[in-house]
Design a protein around this ligand. Structure first.
Ligand code: ARG
Length: 578
């Protein structure tokens, strides 16, 4: 049950009934203040202007017409014509029971769309570094949420596996292999390999020329160069896969469609743009001049799709990718997750692609930008010596730090269990710290805050979940006791009930806006509301009435299920004990 849309439908019917013009605004939102009910309908004021009547009179008419006999105990008009909706505890209890008995928690699938999600997409010339964390985990959370809501999601890992630097890399690899080194050994550290290749490129006589010649050979399909390239790319992908595994994200090899996959369509893409007059020749290059993005002097933005030497660019590949995704895959929506510095590129790409008909009016192209991860000094996150931090190493450190913390806590867990918990807590902490920040802003990466058992952190939420599970163990609760009849008699129970039913509102926002932090905020509030409920409404105390006890256990059960579902969508693992 989606409280918001359910109530909205009822109010829209009421507006029709009192003769409001079709499609009159119907703003309905959660009440932000205690005492103002659970939801508020604020459409009376605007309608009063249209109908030339007093807002309070209109509000009264709406209240008389709206059919909420079951749902609400009270509809009260406040201020100039706000309608405060006080939901009926018995009706809420019934909705909670339905959710508690349903593996989908009472959330119906949305009408299905095909959604392409382009995320992670690292450049394979180097190893994955902290800069790839956000796209990978935000993307994965969005993907899982879309799937939960019933959409057909096509993961696209648009890896950077093509371009001039591969000439340099395969030339260096060629020499290493000729000197009898195995590919896996030569490429065991991609950063070192890249650095060594670059030094040779800059300093070694003849190397740069060989590298350039190899790019041309590679792009024209020379078998030897292709085989070196495949070897390189394969090892680099394996490195990424190790990171995905550690991070517990759902990206697999079959989701990779790197830049190289579009190589054969680049000429045709540029052709299509030329034929429609969208690009013109300018100093030997093929350029789209974008009036929509002109500068202050009215000079249109220049968007190059082919360089004067004939070479193609990042932009060309993105246009070809759009053709493939929209025509071949039939995407209704495309979401691309990269940092905010690429925002202009995607804006330009969308304008050009729409003009060319690569994107139909009803199809979307949504760049979901995010801010940067900063160190404690407020500058881009770096190693002590100023190098880029490898993602794999950062994750190992997270687990080590979590292990120290877990070992400090008193418990009867075995060494093996602690190890497993440390993994879930360490990785969960890094992921959650990132996911919980507003996607579009920069954030400071801080080990101590993210690993804290207090506040809006993974350990706090994982602990909240295990705590509910331990209540069930202590109560020796049977299935029936966790699916008992619910009575909402105290304020705390009612608050928890409404919050539980608002889960769907949070995840719908994640799916429409690509913002997992909304779900994090929801889960954290839910956990906090549960703690308040737990303190006020005992369930293990001696002498407590059996029905009351079971009703509370059932509420706790739905809370646990909702926490687990939300954490699952975020890619954060839970455990029964910690
Ligand atoms: N490889 C790019 C980078 O590391 C990200 C690619 C994003 N996707 C795209 N279709 N351009 O910055």
């Amino acid at each position: 049950m989606n409280l918001q849309t359910h109530l909205l439908t009822k109010f829209k019917a009421a507006l029709d009934a009192i003769g409001a013009p079709k499609d009159s605004p119907a703003p309905l939102s959660r009440s932000t203040r205690a005492g103002f009910g659970h939801y508020q309908f604020n459409g009376a004021m605007a309608l009063a202007k249209v109908l030339k009547e007093k807002p309070r009179d209109i509000a009264e008419k709406i209240v008389a017409a709206v059919d909420l006999a079951d749902e609400a105990v009270k509809l009260e008009i406040a201020g100039p014509g706000f309608i405060n909706i006080h939901l009926n505890p018995a009706w809420l209890a019934n909705q909670l029971s339905l959710a508690n008995d349903d593996p989908r928690l009472g959330i119906a699938p949305e009408s299905q769309q095909t959604v392409v999600v382009d995320y992670s997409s690292p450049n394979l010339a180097k190893e994955m570094h902290v800069g790839h964390l956000r796209t990978t985990i935000i993307g994965d959370a969005v993907v899982k949420t879309l799937e939960f809501l019933g959409h057909k999601v096509l993961r696209q890992n648009h890896m950077g596996d093509w371009g001039t630097q591969f000439g340099m890399l395969i030339t260096h690899l060629n020499d290493k292999l000729a000197a009898d080194s195995a590919a896996e050994t030569a490429l065991s550290d991609l950063e070192d390999f890249y650095r060594a290749a670059k030094v040779r490129f800059d300093d070694e006589e003849g190397f740069a020329d060989r590298a350039r010649a190899n790019v041309v050979k590679l792009q024209s399909g020379d078998a030897e160069c292709l085989s070196l390239w495949k070897t390189f790319v394969d090892v680099s992908i394996t490195h990424s896969e190790e990171v995905y595994e550690k991070l517990n994200v759902s990206l697999k090899r079959e989701h990779i469609r790197g830049e190289s996959a579009y190589n054969n369509d680049l000429a045709a893409t540029v052709n299509a743009l030329q034929e429609q007059g969208i690009v013109v020749e300018d100093q030997g290059a093929q350029v789209a001049f974008i009036d929509e993005l002109a500068d202050k002097e009215g000079k249109p933005a220049a968007y190059i799709v082919q360089k004067s030497g004939g070479g193609y660019l990042y932009a060309t590949t993105d246009l070809a990718a759009i053709r493939y995704r929209n025509k071949t895959l039939g995407a209704d929506r495309t979401l691309i997750l990269t940092d905010a510095r690429q925002a202009l590129h995607f804006k330009q790409t969308e304008i050009v692609a729409r003009k060319a008909g690569f994107i139909e009016p009803e199809q979307t192209y949504e760049h979901c930008p995010f801010g940067m991860m900063l160190g404690n000094d407020g500058k881009p996150f770096k190693t002590r010596t100023g190098g880029t931090v490898k993602l794999a190493e950062l994750l190992d450190e997270a687990v080590e730090r979590a292990e120290v913390l877990i070992n400090k806590r008193e418990s009867d867990l075995s060494a093996e269990e602690r190890k497993e918990i440390a993994e879930k807590v360490g990785i969960g902490a890094v992921k959650y710290a990132d996911l919980s920040k507003n996607r579009t802003t920069d954030y400071i990466f801080n080990w101590d805050t993210m690993l804290s058992f207090e506040g809006n952190t993974a350990p706090y939420l994982q602990y909240a979940y295990t705590r509910i599970k331990s209540i069930f163990r202590k109560a020796n609760a049977s299935h029936a006791q966790l699916h008992a009849e619910i009575e909402l008699s105290t304020e705390q129970e009612l608050t928890l009930a409404v919050k539980l039913l608002q889960y769907v509102e949070a995840i719908k926002q994640v799916s429409s806006e690509g913002t997992p932090h909304v779900l994090c905020g929801y889960i954290y509030e839910l956990a906090s509301i549960f703690m308040t409920f737990y303190e006020a409404c005992p369930m293990l105390k001696d002498g407590i009435d059996e029905n009351t006890k079971n009703s509370r256990l059932t509420l706790a059960n739905l809370t646990a299920q909702t926490l687990k579902s939300g954490l699952d969508l975020l890619g954060i693992e839970t455990m029964e004990k910690m």
